[in-house]
Ligand binder design. Structure first.
Ligand SMILES: [Zn+2]
Length: 410
């Protein structure tokens, strides 16, 4: 049994190594400008030609390019002299899609956008070419719904982009702007037959984390900015994979799993934050992930689905972008905890192979709110006053994360 598993793991490892060296990530390698009297020609050198879409926005004036998630290798863009470009920004729009934004000091008319294949003989890479020219504000308004390119950005999701809806009365046709609040799924760990860690005075992790999740839900909803759902609202058992499936079914923008750990050293206390990775950041975190992943086993669930797990890991690898967003979010939460004077572990952001963080398309973190094995911390976690404080810090981190997401989309 063990040898079968280790053979499987070695095969997987070999495959992953092969994958990481062969598969080149899609990248934007350079941004250049051509000098023409009647127009500006912008050329993006790409690692390969992919679907794109280009459009212009106002309030303020911007040129926007959406592409499949890219690595930015173009450094800082050298803007042409006397150009109408004020600044260049890029970032994640949503899982799988990146956005490049050029801030402009005047309205423009998009004339053309097309892909050119690489020319080996001329030493030229794959390119995206965009031609545009200054125009009047009134002419801009007439053409503002024009989108060049064929990239599909699943606008039911992209509708979550909240770009000053007041400035965009024609929102129905300019798909990127609709006003849907982000969906946050909070996952109180354990439940039912699986109590999680049991602290001093028989305080159960499953009860404490449910109470904390409900407090966080309340605080997030009161901001008026989010929709919030819990994977469980009662003391029931839910399989790890079903927690992930719940988040995906509800099209979550963020997944936060809440726990309260227990370790041998009873003097250790403080919160810590975990994101997904193939390799654990340290031995302690590897053990923690193993403990949390045992939840299904404790409840007597059949775990003969190794093949599914392997498939999951491969999907994860393709979705690095999601993992990066999760890491960014975790760091925002660590800052918020420190800012609110709540004790966090050294190296408060760690990573390992947590099964519950494996939604390939949703930035996910696991929060260990504190240690049930520390008598005073377990007691604190059992009070609503301390849970309010913890939830307040989580809310602050979540606000900071979505503020940045929104900035990237502008
Ligand atoms: Zn737990």
């Amino acid at each position: 049994m063990i040898s079968r598993l280790s053979i499987l793991l070695m095969t997987l490892l070999a495959f992953l190594i092969g994958l990481s060296t062969d598969a080149q990530a899609f990248s934007v390698d350079q941004v250049r400008f051509g000098a023409h009297s009647e127009k500006t020609r912008m050329v993006l050198d790409l690692s390969e030609n992919k679907d794109f879409r280009v459009f212009a926005l106002d309030s303020p004036y911007r040129l926007v390019i959406d592409l499949p998630s890219f690595d930015w290798k173009a450094g800082s863009v050298e803007r042409p002299k006397n150009s109408n470009i004020l600044a260049v920004r890029h970032g994640n729009l949503k899982p799988g899609i990146s956005r490049l934004v050029f801030d402009l000091n005047q309205p423009i008319a998009l004339q053309a956008a097309f892909l050119l294949p690489h020319q080996k003989s001329a030493g030229k890479p794959d390119r995206l070419v965009i031609d545009f020219a200054p125009t009047s504000a009134s002419a801009f308004l007439k053409n503002k719904n024009k989108i060049l390119g064929t990239l599909s950005v699943d606008d039911s999701k992209a509708g979550k982009v909240r770009v000053n809806p007041a400035a965009n009365n024609n929102a129905a046709t300019t798909a990127p702007q609709r006003n849907i609040k982000p969906m946050i799924v909070i996952d109180p760990g354990h439940g039912g037959v699986d109590p999680g860690a049991v602290g001093a005075n028989k305080v159960y992790e499953k009860h404490v984390v449910l109470a904390l999740a409900k407090e966080l839900q309340k605080q997030l909803i009161s901001t008026g900015k989010y929709r919030v759902l819990l994977t469980r609202e009662k003391d029931v058992f839910i399989k790890l994979r079903n927690r992930v499936a719940f988040a995906r079914k509800h099209d979550a923008d963020l997944f936060v799993s809440i726990h309260a750990d227990s370790i041998e050293k009873s003097n250790v206390r403080g919160a810590s934050f975990y994101t997904l990775s193939e390799k654990a950041s340290d031995g302690q975190t590897a053990k923690l992930a193993a403990r949390e992943n045992r939840a299904d086993l404790i409840a007597g669930i059949d775990l003969s689905h190794e093949d599914d797990e392997v498939a999951n890991i491969l999907v994860d690898l393709a979705m690095r972008d999601t993992t990066n967003q999760g890491k960014y979010f975790a760091n925002k939460v660590v800052d918020a905890f420190r800012g609110n004077g709540i004790k966090v572990l050294q190296n408060a952001h760690r990573h390992a192979g947590f099964a519950v963080l494996k939604a390939p398309d949703i930035p996910s973190i696991l929060v260990e709110a504190g240690f049930m094995s520390n008598k005073s911390e377990a007691q604190q976690l059992n009070t609503s006053a301390y849970r309010k404080k913890l939830a307040g810090a989580l809310r602050k981190g979540i606000n900071a994360y979505f503020d940045q997401v929104e900035k990237n989309q502008r």
